[in-house]
Design a protein around this ligand. Structure first.
Ligand code: FE2
Length: 290
């Protein structure tokens, strides 16, 4: 059982629901980063059959196994996809120096409209300055389900985030988020390790929900938001991304509300009144209510 102190809190999970990613800078220690790069160079990181429980992957000795078994990393994984998720696939991306092209913007795999979601962990074992490219993500795009490279003709999006980071940083991504690998314009190789994980359990209150108090929940029906705290769940789920439509991103906020209800089992949760309004379909006839 994972110590609760390593699990994510509700605000972190709300941010994941809103933006489709969480970022953990310099989480992995230097020794593991160095050992992983040596493993990549040696070609000794072995894949597993899809569907293998993660606990059975990367047996000792394995630097990647050390990284994945860190309690902090286990806590992130457990909070999003539960205990011992299944290995889907991994990829060891090595971008060559001064390569002349970038990867097209895409979503991994085909259109996948489940509420249940996989995560992809991206691990950056060395410093990634902007000129080295790094992974580019479009925050909040995970509910705009796309088919692989169908959007690759688009090069840049307002609000996009290039993963410029220090060694040992991790990204946890919702499977639907739009992303790509950027061009490496340095004279050094760039490494990135990615693993996709499938949940084995219903994704319901898997994180540390101690901060999900009745007070937080009770704010859900207040229209207008004036009673929302600066960083409470409702506020986090209502934050806009720069690419949202002029109509203030209502469609995406509704998508987030649906995901939050799915993850908490709280079918009455709302942000302002956006989803409750859509659900109002009275069955009472006038003569019955008179
Ligand atoms: Fe990808």
């Amino acid at each position: 059982m994972i110590d609760k102190k390593y699990l994510l809190d509700s605000k972190q999970v709300a941010s994941f629901v809103a933006r489709g990613f969480l970022r953990f800078d310099e989480l992995v220690p230097h020794e593991i980063n160095e050992a992983v790069m040596a493993e990549i160079d040696a070609g000794t990181i072995k894949s597993q059959p899809a569907g293998t429980p993660l606990s059975q992957c990367y047996p000792e000795p394995s630097a990647i196994g050390h990284m994945l078994r860190m309690p902090e990393v286990q806590g992130i994984i457990h909070s999003l996809v539960g205990p011992d998720p299944l290995f889907d696939h991994h990829a060891i991306h090595v971008r060559q120096p001064n390569e002349g092209k970038a990867q097209g913007m895409h979503g991994d795999s085909i259109i996948d409209t489940r509420m249940h979601f996989d995560i992809q962990l991206m691990y950056f074992p060395h410093d990634v300055p902007l000129e080295m490219g790094g992974t580019l993500i479009v925050p909040g795009s995970q509910y705009r389900r796309i088919n692989e490279m169908d959007i690759a003709r688009y090069q840049n999006f307002i609000g996009q985030i290039p993963m410029v980071c220090k060694a040992g940083s991790l990204l946890a991504l919702h499977h639907g988020i739009w992303h790509c690998g950027r061009q490496n314009q340095t004279d050094r190789q760039r490494y990135m390790y990615k693993i996709r994980l499938n949940p084995q359990v219903r994704q319901l209150n898997l994180w540390n929900t101690d901060d999900l108090t009745e007070e937080v929940k009770s704010n859900r029906t207040i229209f207008g938001g004036s009673n929302y705290l600066p960083d409470d769940v409702q506020t986090i789920l209502g934050k806009l991304e720069p690419w949202f439509e002029n109509a203030d991103g209502r469609l995406e906020i509704v998508n987030r509300i649906k995901m939050w209800r799915f993850l908490t089992g709280d079918d009455k949760f709302d942000v302002h009144y956006w989803l409750t309004r859509l659900e109002n379909m009275p069955e009472n006839r006038l003569e019955e209510t008179a």
